[in-house]
Design a protein. Structure first.
Length: 453
């Protein structure tokens, strides 16, 4: 047994007993790196040949770095194989989600999906694969899936998931890197007009922070700090979040610094269906990164696997100099800059538990098997009406071996509006993953300094 496993097993008697009692039900982890990829996706392509075999993903040298973190589009010369429109979407309905079908019906004249050759581009570094294999079976659900324990950071918690909750936790805890980034958020009106909200964000993960003993903080997931840089009326407001793995044991801690009042306050509303920062009510706090925070308000059902056209290899959305005005338009983002491919996804359905509340009574997540990232999300209101449709346009940061979202969108079918966030092509630099924050940068006392205009 490795020293890391010994340390993880030593955190609490409950964790030890959970591991001991679950050994009999463990999946066959010897499949990892064999018929499954090193993180648990099906290695083989599909029978129709429209999804290829996974062969390792894009290499670090798949394209040139252009300076300030921007990288070349490795598929720049490719053209769509065909385009799905409101006129022909019924021919492809088996590979569409209810949300996508609703978008064709809501915007029949303008919404379309250009379909490209499927490229299984996601590939992590070998050290991640080694850790997934070494630590497979360590992570355990607690509180009926509401929390997770024995999770070794920097790996995949449940590479061969057995439940819907495990798939959701794979998204929440997926391998990520410290990052410093600047990006925009916009909430276009029905007529297409919008104001840009510019954010600056720092995220730190305990295992990647030199002054943090992550083994002594087994329940800590991440530290998050977000500052508004524009418009002027909001500039200087800062949000700080400390996220935990089991939020029933240790709830999310959040603080806000209001630049106008020059005060730091606790912010318990920054969770669940509390309003997202400067979002004009167009997203909830847990809509960020497609879904974040505690999953405890839902019962999660594993529906199964499907082959779906999902937004993928969205490198057009990361090309330096792409104008935000060319992307943002009335109703939805400009399809000229989107790319959809056929991929296998895990579908998970969440229904609000009896005795709990959330403005989304039901959520259906479609999780990319190669990255464990939610790429599509359908949200239903209390009447069972499909209300909001989310898209996470995945682009693999091949130079650091890390998939991410080029842009996230959340379409309100009832209001005819949407929110878009994450686009950075007019900023001075792309997201910086060569970032080593310290714990002191994520303390409430640091908020006032971060908010100086």
């Amino acid at each position: 047994m490795t020293s890391t496993k010994k340390a993880l097993l030593g955190v609490g008697g409950l964790a030890i007993s959970l591991v001991a009692t679950s050994l009999m039900a463990q999946p066959d982890f010897s499949r990892l790196g064999q018929d499954l990829t090193p993180i648990g996706a099906e290695r083989a392509g599909n029978a129709a040949g429209t999804i290829p075999e996974w062969t390792g993903g894009l290499r670090a040298d798949a394209g040139r770095l252009l300076g300030d973190g921007f990288a070349e589009n490795p598929f720049a010369g490719e053209r769509p194989q065909f385009v799905i429109t409101a006129q022909n979407y019924r021919d492809y309905a088996d590979n569409l989600t209810p949300g996508q079908i609703a978008m064709f019906e809501r915007y029949p004249e303008t919404f379309r999906m250009p379909i490209y050759e499927t490229r299984r581009s996601v590939g992590y570094k070998q050290e991640i694969y080694d850790k997934v294999r070494e630590m497979a079976g360590m992570a355990q659900l607690v509180n009926n899936g509401d929390g997770i324990t024995n999770f070794p950071h920097g790996t995949i918690a449940f590479p061969i998931p057995q439940t819907g909750a495990e798939v959701v936790w794979n998204h929440l805890t997926r391998h990520r890197l410290n990052v410093h980034r600047r990006y925009m958020q916009a909430m276009p009106q029905v007529n297409g007009s919008y104001t840009l909200i510019r954010f600056e964000e720092e995220v730190g993960y305990p295992a990647q922070m030199p002054d943090v003993d992550h083994m002594a903080m087994p329940n800590t997931l991440l530290f998050f700090k977000q500052r508004v840089n524009a418009p002027a009326r909001l500039a200087g407001n800062v949000l700080l979040v400390h996220d935990s793995l089991d939020q029933l044991q240790e709830p999310r801690m959040a603080w806000v610094y209001n630049a106008g009042q020059r005060r730091v306050r606790r912010a318990p509303q920054v969770a669940y269906d509390g309003p997202g920062t400067a979002s004009d009510g167009m997203r909830t706090s847990d809509n960020f990164s497609m879904f974040n925070g505690a999953p405890d308000r839902y019962d999660w059902q594993l529906v199964g696997k499907r082959e779906i056209f999902i937004p993928y290899n969205a490198y057009k959305m990361t090309e330096r100099g792409l104008r935000y005005a060319d992307v943002l338009q009335a109703g939805h983002i400009n399809p000229e800059h989107t790319r959809f491919e056929l991929h296998r996804v895990w579908e998970v359905q969440g229904n609000v538990k009896q005795g709990q509340r959330h403005i989304y009574a039901q959520r259906n997540f479609f999780v990319d098997e190669d990255s464990w990232m939610i790429t599509l999300a359908d949200h239903y209101d209390g009447r069972g009406t499909l209300w909001r449709v989310g898209e996470g346009h995945i682009a693999h940061n091949y130079h650091v071996g890390l998939p991410g979202y080029a842009i996230e969108t959340l379409y309100d079918l009832l209001a005819g509006r949407y929110i878009a966030l994450g686009l950075y092509t007019e900023e001075s630099a792309a997201p910086n993953f060569d970032f080593t924050p310290t714990y002191n940068q994520f303390t409430p006392s640091a908020l006032r300094a971060a908010g100086v205009r």
